[in-house]
Write a new protein. Structure first.
Lengths: 365, 365
DNA sequence: ATATAAATTTATCGCGCGTAAAGTTTTTTG
DNA sequence: CAAAAAACTTTACGCGCGATAAATTTATAT
């Protein structure tokens, strides 16, 4: 109790000392008051907050001067209540604990903020019911648009389709044919052809290491690309599938690789992993098994992969991988959404944009 | 154009086929209509949505029956406009690309949802101006409460203090003395004393590896704990500081370790890292330098650390570390916030709760 | 300068719900 | 069973802003 008094006294002290600095900064409680204080009518002020470029330059300057002078921010709930289109944007990723999605989401967030939108980030945590709930709850936010990376195999496609009918949505990372007005992602063929090509030029061509029931359609595209590329080269493909469900890819990769190694090893001396997280698990298995990975003399296995996961430069050895064009994917996804919003939520034709990978050579292959 | 037509036709087909399944599910546009449909007055319905337990059981059942029968959800903007206390909860972390925070945030999110709150996740991305903007924008959401892990050293403490005066806030992970009504975190002394004790019992006692200007006060507490524990054992401490600013801990750890190794190595054959992310960088440096890490015969260095970062079981070798009690920290932080909200936003005395670590023995030490 | 277009003001309504007061019904208590 | 308490209904108002129409001012073009 005594403590509390001292604290309050202290805080009051702070407050009054701050008052001195910002005498002019009166708190205005609504737009009416702010309009009066700035000498502009309320509807015009309202128009300004909706879109600053929609008012005359001199008016804009007067409002912005008042904005510096007074402490006023429009009530966000009242704003969105009657507005046909809010400035809210939802960003939904399937699994935020994967730093790949964190990176993409961060960039998208930035794009939104710079364009004057209010982004909100959601993660489905790998679970269908959460994805559905997120979309449901997103709907009630009346968002101007949504950037959605679906779970993939685990998604309830009917729910997503219905959502995309109601809310302007750009899919990214994981495509669902025909759903959403646009898709922005990476060109899986470009990933795989580059890694297979490189590995084949510099040593034995790779087997393909993947989950037997991948979470995500990209995995299927990558396997197909592997098979095609090997065929083009006139080489015999080997696909190694490991068991495991869900999004704990490292664990699945590790467990699967350990089983392989105990059962006699991989069919080839080069392994191409479907994605970096599987590769991280595989590398950890190799390490524990005493198998030296890399392209040097003492190395028994080469390992390469796809994604350029933020941690892949710190694996042992560092991971040779095909990198997403993070910046292009995120900024183009946002641009597409912005265009879609301005076009009223519909495109004449569904847009699909894929960005090529670039090979990142490190030590593992 | 032709494509668009075909698509629309298809979608219309879907819609009408669905209609058959849910004839009864009429869309009600506001609470007035829903109240009429459920046979309860609107103020009572409003009370129900505010707190289902606040209405009589029979009334609750009638409302919930209607809720199943009709498609109605209260308008979230109108709801929050006049409500003194919303059900919004902000969760703010300093750096979401760190899976440690992703894990904590996910658990907190779950707690919030289960208790009927609407959590929203924000990341400061390591930048002060973003942290400030988040708090500013959070303020206008009139949240019932906020779970805040501040940046630490980079935080503008005045801004955070002011925020905590206005909004019921529980700090977590990173404490700021006297700010916020409560803090929930881990007991850094428990982390370090356990690792130092273990390492000392099983081999040479460790030097302490850390950043020279840590992002976060926990680092300082851990250094102090290291020094105290070594002194208690009557051993000479060695603190190794590496340069680097910001949140790219792995890179900083790696670069620092490489410099150390080239300059002749570490002062002891055992290294205790301030946190797992630094250790991940250090392990990668050791690997590249050809230094075998672990507690076996052929090993030149033992490495241990703190946090039990989600990736620390996949490092090479897997990392011996002191683990946060993720579940306890997140659930207790939420419980504290809930209590705080119910207490009207103030505690008589600031609460500080620290959870002990538990040692996770893996291969690196 | 005059005509025309563009921007702003004035006035007024409505959004969907929270909230409060007063009256009515239902439940609980002794 | 009556009295008190609790829950509900009715009525009414207000929140802060979006949207619109008509009147007025200001800018642009001829």
């Amino acid at each position: 109790m005594a403590f509390q008094c001292v604290q309050n006294a202290c805080l009051i002290g702070h407050r009054s000392s701050k008052m001195g600095k910002c005498m002019a900064e009166r708190k205005l409680k609504n737009m009416e008051e702010f309009a009066a204080a700035s000498g502009i009518s309320r509807p015009t002020v309202s128009k300004y907050f909706n879109d600053p470029a929609s008012v005359r330059k001199t008016t804009r300057q007067r409002i912005e001067k008042a904005l510096e002078e007074f402490d006023y921010r429009p009530n966000i709930f009242a704003m969105n209540q009657n507005r046909k289109l809010t400035k809210n944007v939802g960003i939904v990723v399937p699994y935020l604990a994967d730093p790949f999605f964190t990176e993409i989401a961060r960039r998208m967030e930035r794009c939104c903020l710079e364009a004057g939108f209010r982004p909100t980030l959601y993660s489905s945590h790998g679970q269908q019911h959460l994805e559905n709930e997120i979309l449901d709850s997103l709907r009630s936010l009346k968002p101007a648009g949504v950037l959605l990376a679906p779970l993939g195999r685990a998604s309830d496609k009917r729910v997503i389709e219905k959502f995309c009918e109601d809310v302007p949505t750009v899919l990214f990372d994981s495509n669902i044919d025909g759903i959403g007005e646009a898709f922005v992602g990476s060109d899986n063929f470009s990933f795989v052809s580059q890694t297979v090509d490189y590995l084949t030029r510099t040593g034995e061509s790779p087997c393909f290491f993947e989950m037997s029931t991948p979470a995500n359609p990209n995995a299927n595209k990558r396997r197909t690309a592997y098979l095609q590329t090997m065929e083009r080269f006139g080489l015999e493909p080997h696909v190694v599938k490991v068991d495991g469900e869900g999004w704990a890819f490292e664990q699945i990769g590790r467990d699967g690789a350990l089983r392989m190694l105990k059962a006699g090893g991989f069919p080839t001396s080069t392994v191409l992993c479907s994605n970096d997280r599987l590769a991280i698990g595989l590398l950890s298995a190799c390490y524990d098994h005493g198998l030296r990975v890399g392209r040097g003399e003492g190395c028994a296995l080469r390992v390469a992969s796809h994604d350029d996961h933020p941690f892949s430069q710190f694996t042992c050895p560092s991971l040779t991988t095909a990198a997403h064009d993070y910046d292009s994917v995120s900024s183009h996804a946002f641009k597409t959404l912005n265009t879609l919003i301005e076009a009223g939520g519909r495109f004449d034709q569904r847009e699909e944009t894929l960005f090529a990978a670039h090979l990142v050579l490190r030590s593992s292959a």
